[in-house]
Ligand binder design. Structure first.
Ligand code: BGC
Length: 716
């Protein structure tokens, strides 16, 4: 459903986004927009005091738990935000009393979310509240929350209660069982465990009050440890409540309760913690910032999207990866897609290679799940899951669950057919290596990924005896509007490319690291026959392509489908699939997202087949007008921006760049409530640097010498 997102737009400076009016219709979308995080966890921008129908959530990387139908999901962790302020018996909330002024701001440079409210209680007492919170980038186990309270027109008793809510839910389902809770001399703590995966989590919280005489009391309920303080407040005198929370899970190899308590006990003041956090952000921006002059909206939007990536990427964990909706919402249940390798990774490869390595190594650790998927489907090697979580086993739901009880269930075919993911992962691993020269990573991790997925392709392709060519049948390409196709050009060329690279990797490993080569040969049953077969597939895999025109057919028979003029459906606010229905979209020449053009994007880096400007022009002219770029997949606009820039269509490039950049800030697709669009955010970096900026990067060093140095060439 499309929300009324534009009714109260955010205002922007180069580093801040500000909401000047609270609109309950935008509650969930703005909870997403104001998410904070530090690569360990993400916390949605819900209000500390609560609001009816709010969806507060804190997601920690890797904290998955079982759930029916969708197999596993990131469990919404205990909520560390609840901070209740009671004035003469009235509880501060925006749905009660009167909100006299309101401003919420996310400061991207400092990683701080703040909110100033002037509120008149139902009994007529006016006070100013200033909230501030951060998830420390300096120490990922530390969270800070501060509330400053200043009476405007009264003297009276104010009470504050800061809690950890152990009853956080995922759409009505509580993943946690309470184990224990208690108090220390600095505050309270809670210990919980996921029901099936048995991940233990502990949070400890300490509160400090300055500006008033008071003492803290523990007023916990079961599963809801709470610290309470009451004090006398007077006009224009500010009382400051500082709450520091520590969090650990058993995934970090510690006893969470002890770790959370010990960390809380050793922490310096709130101000010192915030300073360290700001310092860490300043360093992060030094490595990753993009400066745009003369366009504040674009400047803020670029930084906002980079911020989303920076708060989502694990710093100290290579067994987790960035979910499609990052750590900012319930959409896609925290599952990991090709979004990470193909869209999100380049930013990290070029600006923070150590983080790119963490994300890729996740695919190494999940190889066993990919092997189980291949063997279950009757293939060899490793076949990555379309949707992946902690083990790498396939977790794409087979059926979608409609909200409407009378609607038909829809079969989701991606796990069976959207197999290009295995080549996408190999592509990302190869480019990470190509750009950084990290030979040791390739030797220890990347090679096994690329070679075992190549083995899968060897068992997946089919020989067509009549036509004497290899084919890949029954797939879904990048464009998900066509759910059962043969010889999708994108998939086939990616597989061909993958096998080309697997062959050169095979040879490189053999000559550079013979011991590792011998080990992998044995483990993966790599033989020279297998290598020859890969070569044969590379030579004979069919790609539907007309050499005379350079036009690629998206899949066998695509050009025979009924054509469509998307202009005929304007104006619209729904996807073409929603308008036409699944079956009918399947039968038309309408694309959810770039498919042939996606291939051009991926091959443009090295200018390999089919990339050439002339061929791009041909295929752009055919496919761009048939792509549902505004309401199809959010993955599309950044790619179109880059290709339009290649073709010298700068205003079209800018239009698509803005579409991608604003998808959450302006909720242009109406789904921001589900979480931020990670792939769209990821596409911003290449769209600006490689697309609009026209920067080309080449590796400069000879193979085997691991110094990352790029030759940068600017085309425009
Ligand atoms: C897109 C996929 C994408 C997924 C997760 C789908 O709507 O078509 O390409 O991987 O969303 O973002």
């Amino acid at each position: 459903m499309h929300t009324t997102a534009h009714s109260h737009p955010l205002s922007y400076t180069d580093w801040t986004l500000t909401e000047t009016q609270f609109d309950p219709d935008q509650l969930h979308a703005r909870e997403t927009v104001f998410t904070i995080g530090n690569g360990y966890l993400g916390t949605r921008g819900s209000f500390e005091e609560g609001y009816p129908r709010a969806l507060p959530a804190t997601f920690i990387h890797g904290a998955y738990d079982d759930v029916p139908i969708v197999y596993t999901e990131l469990a919404n962790c205990p909520d560390w935000l609840p901070l209740v302020v009671i004035v003469n018996g009235d509880r501060f909330r925006l749905d009660q009393g009167e909100c006299l002024s309101y401003e919420r701001q996310l400061d991207l440079r400092r990683g701080i979310l703040s909110r100033s409210v002037r509120w008149r209680s139902p009994s007529g007492k006016t006070l100013d509240l200033h909230f501030e919170r951060f998830a420390s980038l300096a120490d990922e186990h530390v969270l800070g929350l501060r509330c400053q309270i200043t009476p405007v027109d009264f003297s009276g008793l104010v009470e504050v209660q800061a809690s950890i809510n152990g009853y956080a839910e995922n759409q009505g389902f509580n993943h946690w069982e309470g184990l224990d809770q208690g108090k220390t001399n600095r505050g309270v703590w809670l210990q919980v465990r996921t029901r099936s995966s048995r991940i233990e989590l502990a949070m400890a919280s300490g509160m400090k009050i300055s500006g008033a005489e008071t003492s803290l009391q523990v007023t916990s309920a079961p599963g809801y440890p709470t610290l309470t303080a009451a004090f006398w407040a007077a006009p224009d005198q500010t009382v400051t409540v500082e709450n520091i929370v520590t969090v650990f899970t058993s995934r970090e190899g510690v006893t969470p309760v002890e770790a959370a308590q010990a960390k809380l006990a050793e922490l310096p003041t709130y101000t010192a913690l915030r300073q360290a956090h700001e310092q860490a952000w300043s360093q992060a921006w030094q490595k990753s910032d993009i400066v745009i002059e003369g366009d504040s909206r674009a400047q803020l939007a670029v930084r906002y999207n980079l911020f989303q990536l920076l708060i989502s990427a694990p710093r100290h964990d290579d067994r987790v990866s960035v979910p499609a909706k990052t750590l900012s919402g319930f959409g896609y249940r925290g599952h990991i897609f090709w979004d990470t390798e193909i869209f999100i990774l380049p930013f990290f490869t070029f600006t923070r290679p150590a983080l790119a390595r963490n994300l890729l190594t996740y695919r190494y650790h999940t190889l066993s799940g990919a092997r189980r998927k291949a063997s279950h489907a009757g293939y060899r090697g490793a076949m990555y899951a379309w949707e992946s979580a902690n083990t790498g086993d396939e977790v794409t739901p087979r059926w979608s669950l409609p909200h409407d009880p009378y609607a038909e269930d829809v079969r989701i075919w991606c796990s069976d057919r959207e197999i290009h993911i295995s080549a996408d992962v190999a592509y990302a691993a190869w480019y990470y290596w190509y750009m950084t020269g990290d030979d040791l990573w390739m030797r220890d991790y990347g090679a096994e990924i690329i070679l075992d997925t190549a083995i899968f392709w060897g068992s997946r392709v089919e020989w067509n005896t009549k036509q004497e060519r290899y084919e890949i049948r029954s797939v879904i390409g990048a464009d998900e509007y066509h759910e059962y196709v043969n010889n999708n050009a994108f998939t086939n060329r990616m597989v061909q490319w993958h096998l080309e690279k697997a062959i050169s990797l095979y040879d490189w490993l053999d000559s550079s690291f013979p011991d590792r080569f011998a080990e992998l040969k044995q483990k993966l049953k790599l033989t020279s026959e297998r290598r020859s077969r890969w070569q044969d597939i590379v030579t004979n895999l069919w790609i539907p392509y007309d050499p005379a025109t350079g036009l690629i057919e998206q899949f066998e028979g695509f050009f025979e489908l009924e054509d469509i003029n998307l202009q005929d459906y304007e104006p619209r606010i729904r996807s073409m699939q929603a308008i036409l229905g699944i079956e009918s979209a399947n039968k038309r020449q309408v694309l959810k997202q770039p498919d042939v053009l996606m291939l051009f994007y991926l091959m443009r880096q090295s200018q390999e087949f089919p990339y050439s400007l002339a061929a791009l022009q041909q295929n752009w002219d055919y496919y761009a007008p048939r792509t549902d770029i505004t309401y199809g997949s959010s993955l599309g606009p950044a790619i179109h921006a880059i290709l339009a820039a290649d073709l010298g269509k700068s205003s079209e490039a800018y239009k698509h760049f803005i579409q991608a950049a604003m998808v959450d800030l302006e909720d242009t697709r109406g789904h921001a409530a589900d979480g931020s669009h990670g792939a769209s955010a990821g596409g911003i970096w290449p769209a600006v640097i490689l697309g609009c900026g026209g920067v080309k990067l080449y590796r400069k060093w000879p193979r085997g010498q691991s110094t990352a140095a790029f030759r940068v060439e600017t085309l425009v």
